[in-house]
Design a protein around this ligand. Structure first.
Ligand SMILES: [Zn+2]
Length: 386
């Protein structure tokens, strides 16, 4: 039956939602229902944003004496002003981003995608954004959200080189660490730019893993078997704190003039076919190339260039991936390659795509990063149907 008025449309949406509200969620806990609900939820958000933005332009908020549409929605619907402003921004942007608008109306993308794109929309990027709109919307449609965000970050670097370099510099300027004594011990906060933060976080994580191994070894000794994580002497929070104390202790005991270990951080630089100006820390954040300049002469910097002439290789008949091949595959894949997983490569295993026992070579092309569970899952039989 065709809907002929907004009253009818609202009544139908609300009837559908009544059904979901009245029934036990076990009735719609299957994959297809979840996909449908996520999609319809996005579409409803889109319709609301469009309505709110049009209300702002033409609506009746002034008649009630409200000074803005935002104030009217806040008072009438009890939606935080911040959220109303976000709805307005999204709704307005759709007028100049037709492909984004269509994808959101269809439920292919959601408010989070629109916000990510609006974050990089400014006068200097506007023209480039309308040219790249199709590519970015396709990325939003097909990639996991974190990957899509990275594409947007790359794109921003490409579209506004000066702006992203300046923003990186501004982040560096705002770095700050403080600790203050309180009756409950020391409290504090840290703020770093992406590269400085990666250096601190990498080392902190390394020490935390050392402590984790030590805790496991101690518990195994004590229990006479492999311990569960809740049987370790320290909680993860306690280990994080102890790792920080360990960093301080080691720093104080480093002899003057000692050589710094390398690398402090890894930068991935892709060949300039797709987005041109690409650099990313191994852990994921995209960095402005300008922010790397101050590190270039210190040699504490691992540069891996992916391109046809720069493959690293070891003997194809070796049984295990080692050395440069392993490192390159880890850095290339960055995380478990199972579609439902994003465990970082450093916690994963190397897998032969074609098994070694079936003649699969030990080279980059036949290698992928898989976490322990997904690696084992590959060799288990699929569960029986039904
Ligand atoms: Zn996995």
């Amino acid at each position: 039956m065709e809907i002929t008025s907004k009253e009818e449309a609202i009544a139908r949406v609300s009837e559908g939602l009544d059904w979901f509200a009245q029934n036990d969620p076990s009735l719609f806990c299957d994959g297809d229902s979840i996909k449908a609900l996520e999609r319809q939820g996005s579409r409803l958000e889109c319709a609301t944003a469009r309505a709110v933005s049009s209300f702002d332009q033409w609506g009746e908020w002034g008649r009630d004496g409200a000074l803005s549409a935002t104030a009217w929605v806040d008072t009438t619907c009890h939606v935080p002003k911040k959220e109303v402003r976000a709805q307005l921004r999204r709704g307005k942007a759709l007028a100049v981003l037709p492909l984004v608008a269509q994808a959101w109306k269809d439920g292919d993308i959601g408010a989070a995608h629109v916000d990510a794109l609006l974050r990089v929309k400014r006068p200097v990027t506007e023209e480039a954004l309308s040219e790249a709109e199709g590519v970015l919307v396709d990325a939003a449609r097909t990639l996991k959200f974190a990957e899509f965000s990275r594409v947007v970050d790359y794109w921003e670097q490409h579209a506004d080189q000066d702006g992203t370099d300046e923003a990186a510099e501004a982040k560096r300027t705002q770095r700050d660490v403080y600790l203050y004594p309180s009756p409950n011990g020391y409290l504090g906060e840290m703020r770093f730019d992406t590269i400085g933060g990666a250096i601190v976080a990498n080392e902190h994580k390394r020490l935390e893993e050392e402590l984790f191994k030590a805790d496991r070894a101690e518990a195994k000794e004590r229990l006479g078997r492999d311990p569960r994580n809740d049987e370790l002497a320290r909680t993860p929070a306690q280990r994080r704190a102890d790792a920080m104390i360990e960093m301080a202790a080691r720093s104080a005991s480093t002899p003057a003039g000692a050589r710094r270990p390398e690398p402090l951080f890894s930068v991935l630089i892709d060949y300039p076919t797709l987005f041109g100006r690409i650099s990313q820390l191994e852990q994921g954040p995209v960095v402005a190339p300008g922010s790397l300049l101050s590190w270039l002469d210190s040699a504490n910097f691992e540069r891996i260039v992916f391109g046809p002439k720069t493959r690293a290789e070891c003997s194809e008949t070796a049984r295990f991936f080692t050395g440069a091949t392993r490192r390159v595959v880890e850095v290339r894949d960055r995380q478990c390659q199972h579609p439902f997983c994003d465990l970082p490569a450093e916690n994963c295993e190397m897998d032969h795509i074609v098994p070694f026992s079936e003649g699969g070579p030990t080279n980059q092309e036949n290698a992928q990063v898989l976490c322990g569970r997904h690696n084992r899952m590959r060799y288990e039989r699929p569960p029986p149907d039904g």
